[in-house]
Write a protein that binds this ligand. Structure first.
Ligand code: ATP
Length: 519
């Protein structure tokens, strides 16, 4: 009689507490080997905690975990690695100044006495075998985000991982990037690797996963369920709960289930009004965050949302940095609300009404070691005249009420920002930056990593800001949401604006402009 092999992963009654927060509550599940398993749930549902428990980064308060039939010592990364578990985190951990070979070698076994050339060859073979198209001599910081992720995955697979966990891998990718990642994941499955993917988008789950497991409020709702036996509406209901599903507006539902979005309602901004942003022939030096801007001329009128489409790395980040006084301008002029701000610092621009939802929320948007209210106070500090006094207790109150309005899951405004889940941290920035005094909001990937409730709240907030007469620059790698919300779309390529579109948008034409093909 042949012996059946045990499941690759099983857990029983796993509970994790962070202080008063019950991040996982008696979770039990069994995952079969050689499959692609999706884990889904709203912001703060416990997905990352689940992944961290498996990878030995968090010790559960109670419960039992087995990898490949072998009990896992809770909270022990070495033991998890020995059992073949590897985790690729939400935000990448490779040192930007390292070459690819150095980053691959970092923490790997053997090769200490190799020459540089031999190391480069060693890792080139490994990367080639996994079809990661990169030279081991390139620096991490010069690589597009998809390639960085490919290197991270290759690094996780150095030690023959049996169970690879990718925490929100598509959040940083364009739709094409996500498709390439899925190809890579399918090839890993063919090689016998079991993959757990933490995902937000239902259409991605249904496109890639063999099974889906749903968490809500730290509890296992259902799963693993065969994903070919479940439809998008049912899965949406499992994620947000039956009551919330009944109250979902049609737009949120369409976005959630991946069905067609509502047609764009054409509206016209008042073109006679003075622009809230006026850029004239602005050029910058090459920026650490991307290519130099080359002669950007752009007007945003009050009550107008300008979508920025483009393949990542074509100057979108430099554009945001130039308007927020972080890039080095060598030519041209920038005005906000008719005030020339070309040479003024960010604080002065904020005082006029500029708000920024930055690309890198953990670095530019929040101080992870500071409390929620301190992070939130940045707004009052930057916007209050120097001689006025600011009361910490008043700020704490304001912060508390804004965070509640945004449905941020937190226990106390005094807790560290680093203790929030990724999506909740993003909501703290949004609650701070989308205020009524804003006249110009730069929104870089504002919905990245957010669950559907929060995503539709962001869209509504952007539309409300527009209705108040605010101008918005909206950068997203998701063309669907750009098409749906923007009154006008500009396309960036190599630091320049190469095309402009008005609704109804033509996907093929925008796509062609993004790749530099003129139609
Ligand atoms: P997201 O989609 O927003 O990334 P998630 O499902 O991955 O959410 P987790 O990061 O697992 O959620 O968080 C689950 C809960 O535990 C949240 O309420 C979060 O605020 C809390 N939490 C997570 N890490 C910590 C920590 N280090 N200290 C305190 N609370 C934490």
């Amino acid at each position: 009689m042949t012996q059946l092999s045990p499941p690759i992963f099983e857990c029983r009654d796993v509970t994790v507490r962070y202080g008063h927060v019950l991040a996982l509550s008696n979770v039990g599940a069994v995952f079969e080997r050689g499959m692609i398993h999706a884990v889904v749930g709203q912001n703060g549902a416990g997905k990352t905690t689940f992944a961290r428990v498996l990878a030995g980064l968090v010790r559960p308060a109670s419960g039992e975990i087995k990898i490949d039939g072998r009990p896992l010592a809770g909270g022990n990364v070495r033991d998890a690695r020995r059992s073949g578990v590897e985790l690729v985190h939400q935000s990448f951990a490779l040192p930007p100044s390292f070459t690819v070979a150095e980053a691959m070698q970092f923490g790997a076994k053997g090769g200490r006495f190799f020459t540089k050339k031999k190391l480069e060859k060693r890792w080139q073979l490994h990367l080639d075998a996994l079809d990661v198209k990169v030279s081991t001599r390139q620096r991490i910081r010069d690589l597009p985000v998809e390639t960085q992720q490919g290197v991270e995955i290759a690094r996780a697979l150095v030690s023959d991982a049996k169970l690879l966990i990718l925490d929100e891998p598509t959040a940083v990718l364009s739709p094409e990037g996500a498709e390439k990642l899925f190809e890579r994941v399918r090839r890993l499955k063919e090689r016998g690797v079991t993959v757990i993917l933490i995902l937000h988008k239902i259409r991605e789950v249904l496109a890639i996963a063999d099974t889906v497991t749903v968490l809500r409020g730290g509890k296992l709702v259902d799963g693993p369920l065969a994903s070919n036996g479940i439809d998008a509406n049912r899965l949406a209901e499992l994620i947000i709960g039956p009551a919330a599903a009944r109250n979902l507006n049609p737009e949120a539902k369409a976005a959630l289930t991946g069905t067609t979005l509502l047609p764009h309602t054409e509206r016209q901004a008042d073109i006679t009004a003075a622009p809230v942003l006026k850029m004239r022939n602005v050029s910058t030096r090459p920026d650490p965050e991307g290519p130099a801007l080359d002669g950007i001329t752009l007007d945003i009128r009050p009550g107008e949302i300008i979508g920025v489409a483009g393949i990542e790395g074509n100057g979108q980040r430099t554009l945001v940095r130039a308007i927020s006084a972080l890039a080095n301008i060598v030519n041209g002029e920038i005005s906000i609300d008719s005030t020339n701000v070309t040479d003024t610092p960010l604080a002065a621009r904020r005082a006029i009404g500029l708000r920024v939802i930055p690309f890198e929320r953990n670095v530019e948007g929040l101080s992870m070691t500071s409390s929620l209210w301190e992070n939130w106070s940045a707004r009052s500090l930057l916007q209050t005249p120097l001689l006025s006094t600011i009361s910490p207790s008043a700020i704490r109150k304001q912060c508390d009420s804004a965070l509640k309005q945004w449905d941020v899951r937190y226990s106390d405004v005094r807790q560290r920002a680093g203790s929030l889940s990724g999506g909740n941290a993003q909501k703290v920035i949004l609650s701070r930056e989308m205020d009524e005094d804003a006249c110009l909001i730069l929104a870089a990937q504002p919905t990245r990593g957010l669950d559907i409730g929060a995503t539709s709240f962001v869209w509504d907030s952007m539309r409300n800001a527009r209705a108040r007469g605010c101008g918005l620059l909206f950068i997203s790698s998701d063309l669907d949401e750009i098409f749906d919300i923007s009154d006008r779309i500009i396309v960036m390529l190599s630091g320049r604006i190469v095309a402009e579109f008005r609704p109804p948008y033509d996907l093929a034409a925008v796509g062609a402009a993004m790749t530099g093909v003129l139609r």
